[in-house]
Ligand binder design. Sequence first.
Ligand code: NAD
Ligand code: ZN
Length: 389
Amino acid sequence: MRAVTYHGSGKMQVDTVDDPTIEDPRDAIIKVSSTAICGSDLHIYDGFMPQMKAGDVIGHEFMGEVVEVGSAVTKLEKGDRVIVPFNITCGECPFCHDELYSLCDNSNPDAEKLRQIYGQSGAGLFGYSHLYGGYPGGQAEYVRIPYADTTHLKVPEHLDDEKVLFLTDILPTGYQAAVNADIKPGGTVAIWGAGPVGLMALKSCFLLGAERVFVIDNVPERLALAVAHGAEVMFTSHEKPYDVLMDRTDGRLPDSVIDAVGLEAHGSGVIDTVYDQVKTLTMQETDRPHALREAIFCCRKGGTVSMPGVYAGMVDKFPIGAAFGKALTFKMGQTHVLKHAPELLRRIEEGDIDPSFIISHRGTLEDAPALYKAFRDKADGCVKVVLTP
Ligand code: NAD
Ligand code: ZN
C-alpha cells in the first residue's frame, strides 16, 4: 500500500510499504477514507520528536471502513464506518475505566522508555514514534487498529467524512481545552494560537458558555477565521497581548487562558524567544514555552491555565512565581478522545458545530510532502490539510 513516511527532519515521503495484517485477535484493519495532518505531526516534521525511525508511517487523524476483524473482536464487523481516536485504548485498565483514555496502561509497548523519562507512560499512539509504541499511522491506505473493540467510534453514513474526521483528535482536543479552562457562564477566555486546535477551542469555549473569547496569533487568515467565529483577536507582530487584554477587560484580565501553541512557539524578537532559540539549538532546553509564559502573565489572579499545546521535555525560565503569586490552576495533557467524541458527534448531528470550516487544503497521499511544507510554513493560506488516499 502507499503511505506517508518519515525520513528525517523536514523530509516526509510517500512510499510503498507492506499492507497491515491482523497481529492479535483483538485487531481490526480499516481502509482509510480520509486522514488529516495535525500540528502534532509538525513536531515530528521539525525534528522535535525523539525515537522516530526512517520509514515510520505517520498520521493519527484518520477514519474509514472496517475491512477485516480479528477473531476476538465483537463490536465491529466488515463494512462498519468508524473514526479512530489518536490514542489507543485497551478499555480494561483503571485509566480507561475512568475515561482517562490518553493514559491507558496497556496500549504502549514502549512504556518502559517513557517511565524512565516521565515516571509513568501514557497510551500508545498511532504514528507517533517508538516512545509511544511505534504503531504505523493513518496517513496510509490501510491501518491496523489494536484493541479495536474500544479504539473506535462508529459514525452514521449520512455525515460526510469532513464533518466527522476531526472527532479523531482536534475537535475533542479543543473541547477538552475548554473544559479544562473551567469556563463559567459569562466568562472571558484568551487563547494563544489560532491553528486548528485554537480554533476548535474557540468554538468549544462558546459552546460552554463563555461570553468573550480573545485569540492571539500573527497569521492573518487564521485570525480572520477566529473573527468569523466570534473572537476578538490580536496580532503578536504588532500588539502586546497583556496591554490589549488589560485595556479590553478594564484591568481584570481573562478568567482563563488556553495555550494552543505548545513547544514550538515563535516570537517577534522578544528577549525570551531569542533565549529559547539559542537554548534549544544548543540542546540545553527541549521546548520553547514563550506562549505559555505570556499566557501565565495575562491570566487573572485565581484563574485557570489550560494547556492543550504539546510539551515534551524541559523548559527554562518558567514563571513559577507569577503562577504561585496569582494562585493559578493548571490543567493539561493529551486528549481523552473517546471521553468527549460521542457528545461531540451528537452536537455535530444536531448542527451545533461543524468543524469542517477550518479545512483549507485537500489532496491525495501523493501530495503529502508538499502539503506538510505548506502547513508548517503557514503558506498559501494553509490552516488544515485533509488527504484522501
Ligand atoms: P499549528 O501549528 O497549526 O498551530 C499553532 C499556532 O500557534 C499557529 O497558528 C502559530 O502561528 C501560533 N503561534 C506560534 N507561536 C505563537 C505565539 N508565541 N503566540 C501566539 N500564537 C503563536 O498546530 P495545531 O494543530 O493548532 O496544534 C496546536 C498545538 O496543539 C500543538 O502543540 C499540537 O501538538 C497540540 N495538540 C495537542 C493535542 C492534545 O492531545 N493535547 C492534540 C492535538 C494537537
Ligand atoms: Zn493530532
